[in-house]
Design a binder for this molecule. Sequence first.
Ligand SMILES: [Zn+2]
Length: 325
Amino acid sequence: MNNPLYPWQQSDWQQLQNYVTQSRVPQALLINGALGIGKLHLAQTFTHALLCENSQQGGFACGKCSSCLLLKASTHPDFMEITPEEIGKNITIGQIRDLMEKLSLKPQFARYRVVLIHPADALNNAAANAFLKYLEEPTERTVLILVTHRMNKLPATIKSRCQKFTMAMPDKSLVLQWLSQQTPNAEIVLNLAQGSPLLAQQYATDEHTQQRSNCFAEFLAVANQTNHPVIIAEKWLKLPEATLLFWVSSWVIDLMRYRHQSAPKNLYHADFKNALSELAPRVNPLKLYEFYDLLLQSRRRIETQINKQVLWEEILIAWAMLNRS
Ligand SMILES: [Zn+2]
């Protein structure tokens, strides 16, 4: 097996390898960092390496030994993965209790036993408490790897009992080099993804590009009064709201840039520059700032139980009004 890591993960890997070579692999490792930089991939690669009986140069798993084959077949007795049973839901106390029962037995192989928990912020309070009890008396040769991009959602008690491992934002030139091999729009998508390579990779897909263009056309249609905000709100309800909200905010930022400069650099949506430059002189800059404020508030509100249809209606009606004044 060759080096399976992303190009920006080499120094992270070296750090993890140091744990192994110095025989001080933590009993609970909390891998954290921004969304879309490959934390889970790093955790999985490390898991494979810990379980492999014949690790290769660089510390990577061989992919051929009985342990590697069992892992590939998802039947390794010393590997457990804990994730929410449904996407977006919590990890339950039942799941943690099952895990504790399994961990009370000794590992079956000579090497490590690994438990991968992701996203760790999905541990609900009861599950987190049960988990804490285990961390007070961990079993031998067992490594728990927790992965999260939302450290603030994790109980302080858990954070304090884990060895924190923070992945930094990857080097931009390295990421651009990697991304350019996959898309001609590397700069644009990386900017949109705010430096997050895997998010950028996702943004570069045809489907995503098409969706962004469609939404922008609808945003313009509301401005030009050729479509109704309530109808567009209903359409937008079906899309991931955080992404959509970021798009709208970044269209507004691009419009502000055009209000200040005739040919601004570093546009988020350089591919929409013709439409943006045409629209910019028609909008009232003060109202545009007010609208941006509304978007910032909405970013906080989507984290709550708010009715999303109402939220999009409010945003799109405000946008329509802005363009009418
Ligand atoms: Zn192996």
